[in-house]
Design a protein around this ligand. Structure first.
Ligand code: PEP
Ligand code: MG
Length: 585
């Protein structure tokens, strides 16, 4: 018999999955009290604290592996895990549980359960559905701690070989378990719990794993091992599908994989336009481990290696050796292709914790405050270990150093002096570095774009950070939902600045790359080629999609068509002009 269960679909670019059901049994919250003896109180509190710190440790380990931003999600994976860490670190979660152990002689498990029920009553009274749904997070965090009090119930204990290729069916899945399951090869998720605002949905989107959530009684109706079809787009889970249904979905899977294979065939094609103009496709890396992904997708180098991960989720600052180890790892993973290491870009929306917060106090207007190069130049002691490590890394492979958020040439001079000093110190210490390591800067502020010639003269290369350039040009915070509608890459002011920077690079004979999200967005590829951009840096997963468009394009013809587009910018909506450009041969 075929049954179809309906829930809320979480659609990703991989919308469909077929596989055997794997029921993830997670222990329920304890349902009956266990009491302890008065002389066991200290040991029980200790047990709770151990579980708490194990749970924190596990989440932090996952957090370190996770990339910062999942475009299009209301919350990135990293922010999601951070929010669970915040709950874990909040005294309001554990203190009452400790009190219950002391006062009522409850076991740690039962104390957590009682406290969870108290919180549930408070959340139930909230009017706002979003806030009400945050109880899910508290439940997931409590389950995570319970997993360390009674370790057998954790997904990490599930054998890897059994999970690979399976559709996970569960009452609810914690963030840590979702990541683990993905790494172990699970192909889809079906949960009874959760909705469009749930964090598991956000996670699934970030991990590109189709999911259907809020499927009532899924664990009752879906049997271990039976074949399931999960359609993340329609929000359906089909069990016992007949030949016709299976065939329909298999065809959809074939079409998806054919597209991926078509793209993979482009991997070894030289990256040039139809009229023979070479274009460099570069990857943006968030973590050293992403190096493999960059190579597997044919990147000819790394155009942006964000180094913020080194400073996050820790109390102290990374030292020179720690920096060097992370850069070495990436350099080795890249097997000889060049890497552009961007110096620290913290502040504004990029959070810090621990001792760095003292250097980076809360600003009244963080996006316009002490961030990125400004923070580094204010505190050269913070900057020096990173500069020395990047220089030392340059002895081990082709390395370029890139400065974020430049406003004026004074910042460039100051930094070049610090680098010169670091070179002298390294030479005196007999530590090797590449004396010709290129030094470039990001154009992310309209002032810098308007003076791009001067920056290009003083630096070895430029890279346009469109994410920030757009927000600063349009005075629109890129993460503020209330003004997001103004965030427009096609605003004529943005388009004019892009053209100015690319033209400045050409005049000064210095390479100009683009490493903001625009570079990996297919809508803009032809426009950017027509403007003369020849270095595109993006998330590794988008490289082949962009390459396909580059191979089909005629850059000479596009240059004329884009000139025409700019002439009409004030008369016609840029969206229409771009749509017309993308339709032209
Ligand atoms: C940018 O601003 O375009 C950029 C690449 O930097 P980030 O997104 O890290 O601020
Ligand atoms: Mg930026």
């Amino acid at each position: 018999m075929t049954i179809a269960l309906v829930g809320l679909g979480v659609s990703t670019s991989q919308n469909v999955a077929i596989g055997p059901a794997y029921r993830l049994e997670r222990g329920p919250m304890p349902s009956s009290p266990r009491l302890i003896e008065p002389n066991e109180v200290a040991a029980e509190i200790n047990r709770l604290e151990q579980a708490l710190s194990a749970s924190q440790g596990a989440l932090k380990a996952i957090r370190r592996q996770v990339s910062r931003c999942a475009p299009g999600s209301p919350l990135s994976l990293a922010e999601f895990i951070d929010s669970h860490l915040l709950i874990l670190e909040d005294a309001a979660l554990v203190e009452p549980a400790r009190d219950l152990i002391r006062a009522q002689l409850f076991s740690a498990e039962w104390a957590l359960r009682q406290h969870r029920d108290d919180l549930a009553r408070i959340f139930d009274e909230m009017d706002d559905p979003y806030l009400r749904s945050r109880l899910d997070d508290i439940d997931q965090v409590i389950h995570h701690i319970l997993g360390f009090l009674t370790p057998d119930e954790r997904a990490s204990k599930e054998p890897e070989s059994e999970i690979c290729g399976c559709v996970i069916v569960a009452h609810d899945i914690s963030p840590a378990d979702t990541l683990l399951l993905r790494h172990r090869g699970a192909v889809a998720l079906v949960t009874e719990y959760g909705g469009p605002l749930s964090h598991t949905a956000i996670l699934a989107r970030s991990l590109n794993i189709p999911a259907v959530m809020g499927v009532r009684h899924a664990t009752r109706y879906l049997r271990q091992g039976e074949t399931l079809v999960v359609d993340g787009e329609a929000g359906t889970v089909i069990a016992g599908a007949d030949y016709h249904i299976l065939n329909h979905y298999r065809q959809r899977l074939v079409a998806l994989s054919a597209r991926r294979n078509r793209l993979r065939r482009l991997l070894h094609e030289p990256c040039q336009t139809r009229d023979g103009q070479p274009v460099e496709l570069l990857a943006n890396l968030e973590l050293p481990d992403d190096a493999q992904l960059a190579r597997a997708n044919g990147a000819s180098g790394v155009g942006l290696y964000r180094t913020e991960f080194l400073y996050m989720n820790r109390s102290g600052l990374p030292d020179e050796e720690e920096h060097l180890a992370a850069y070495r790892l990436a350099i080795r993973g890249l097997g000889g292709i060049p890497i552009t290491i961007r110096t620290l870009d913290l502040g504004a929306d990029k959070q810090v914790d621990g001792s760095l917060s003292a250097n980076c106090p809360p600003a009244c207007n963080p996006a316009l405050g002490l961030r990125a190069i400004r923070l580094c130049l204010k505190d050269p002691e913070l900057f020096r270990p990173q500069l020395r490590a990047i220089l030392r890394a340059s002895a081990e492979g082709p390395v370029r150093l890139m400065l974020p958020m430049l406003t004026n040439l004074g910042e460039v001079e100051f930094t070049l002096n610090l680098i010169a000093q670091a070179r002298r110190d390294l030479a005196q210490q007999g530590l090797p570095f590449d004396p010709a390591m290129p030094i470039g800067g990001m154009i992310e502020i309209p002032a810098a774009a308007l003076c791009a010639d001067a920056f290009a003269r003083r630096l070895d290369f430029l890279s346009i950070g469109t994410n920030d350039l757009i927000q600063y040009t349009l005075a629109t915070d890129r993460i503020d939902d209330t003004v997001n509608y103004l965030y427009d890459p096609l605003h004529p002011a943005v388009l004019r600045l892009l053209r100015m920077v690319i033209a400045a690079g050409r005049r000064q004979r210095k390479p100009v790359a683009m490493c903001g999200e625009m570079a990996g967005d297919r809508r803009f590829t032809r426009l950017l080629l027509g403007l003369g951009l020849r270095q595109f840096s993006m998330q590794p997963g988008s490289l082949l999609e962009i390459k396909e468009l580059i191979l089909e394009a005629d850059a000479t013809r596009l240059a004329n068509q884009v000139d025409d587009l700019y002439r009409r910018l004030d008369e016609e909506p840029a969206e229409d002009l771009l749509a017309a450009l993308n339709r032209l041969p």
